[in-house]
Design a protein around this ligand. Structure first.
Ligand code: BGC
Ligand code: CA
Length: 348
């Protein structure tokens, strides 16, 4: 995907950035200005992975800049409310946005947004929170960019199985089973449900005997995960041998709880995350996380930028390799201490 970026570099796009709350945002007069406007609506500005993804989106758009066209990116945070997001989309459309990138709050409830966009003929690139196929099929101006959740959970399970097989100390009480807990993302999010299922499936496929202690929802959030883990430590003491978190922020929150507890490091379980955020990768470097699975934010941001540019210019859409008609799924990759340096370079 990144290789193709050069080819669209001549498309004449100058990306400027307009962040929510800055003076002037939403007051533009796009019709008169000759600029392009991309509206981005995302579910919550406290999300680490999405903030890193959007930084990459802005910088990749900027890389495509030329002299004659300017693209302004207007970003809106729904703070967890679908109703707020519906209003923001309305506002972005009336501000004259030519393309929208939407990270739904409730992925099962995009109909109001789809109706609005369709009525005004503003195409939408949904990202990261995947609408169901029937909704995406409603109009050919709808796209999706993300990744296959099955793959991430399965890879996380394989990473954990490799460690369990190669280091007998992982089974700390030596009972032949791995006592584990799962920290889950939001209820109803495709990545939470599926990662939780496939991580266990992979471990079982690898012949690892598991004993489930607890599954806790922590909504992708580091502080919530710390809180849940604190309770689990209270309940299970040093019995927990493995922490499987649906994302890095929650794996790090679990670690925070252990670091604040009176357990010695020898009594810590091993932790696995998913994402490869900056903090997640650094924790792999320090061996605080045993591994993570790279959720290719640069690839996803690049695909979003590429589709947006194709929609704005009417050129380059045929170069994009879509699956299921108008979807792009970027592959996940396993990250351990051995290969983490290569991933740290990507965010730069
Ligand atoms: C990421 C999480 C993120 C969530 C937001 C997932 O794909 O792994 O870190 O919080 O998307 O929708
Ligand atoms: Ca054990």
């Amino acid at each position: 995907m990144r290789g193709k970026m050069g080819r669209i570099a001549g498309a004449g796009i100058l990306a400027a950035v307009c962040v929510l709350g800055l003076p002037g945002c939403g007051k533009e007069q796009p019709e008169d200005s000759g600029k392009n406007y991309i509206g981005v609506a995302y579910y919550n500005q406290s999300d680490t992975f999405l903030n890193e993804l959007l930084d990459s989106f802005r910088s990749q758009l900027k890389e495509m800049q030329g002299e004659d066209t300017e693209t302004v990116v207007m970003i809106r945070d729904a703070a967890g409310s679908q109703r707020t997001q519906d209003d923001q989309v309305k506002e972005l459309i009336s501000a004259g946005c030519d393309v929208l990138c939407v990270n739904l709050v409730d992925r099962a409830d995009p109909s109001e947004i789809i109706d609005l966009a369709r009525e005004h003929e503003v195409p939408i690139i949904f990202f990261n929170r995947e609408p169901v196929a029937e909704d995406l099929m409603q109009w050919d101006g709808l796209y999706y960019v993300g990744a296959e959740a099955e793959q991430s959970g399965y890879m996380q399970g394989e990473l954990a199985a490799d460690l369990i097989k190669s280091d007998s100390r992982t089974d700390r009480n030596g009972d032949g089973k791995i006592q584990y807990v799962v920290l889950e993302g939001e209820l109803g999010h495709q990545d939470a449900i599926i990662r939780t299922e496939t991580v266990v499936e992979a471990l079982t496929d690898q012949g690892i005997e598991l004993e489930k202690l607890s599954y806790q929802i922590a909504n992708w959030n580091r502080a919530q995960a710390e809180n849940r883990m604190e309770q689990l430590i209270g309940q299970y003491g040093s019995q927990i041998e493995l922490v499987l978190a649906n994302n890095d922020d929650m794996a790090l929150g679990a670690l925070d709880a252990y670091e604040k507890s009176n357990n010695t490091e020898a009594a810590f379980p091993v932790f696995f995350g998913i994402d490869g955020t900056k903090a997640g990768l650094e924790a792999v470097v320090d061996s605080r996380l045993a591994g993570t699975v790279y959720n290719d934010k640069e690839g996803q941001a690049g695909a979003m930028a590429q589709i947006a540019v194709a929609l704005l210019t009417g050129r380059g859409m045929e170069e994009i390799e879509f699956q299921k008609d108008r979807c792009v799924y970027l592959p996940y990759e396993k990250v351990t201490k051995e290969n983490v340096d290569a991933f740290l370079m990507r965010g730069l």
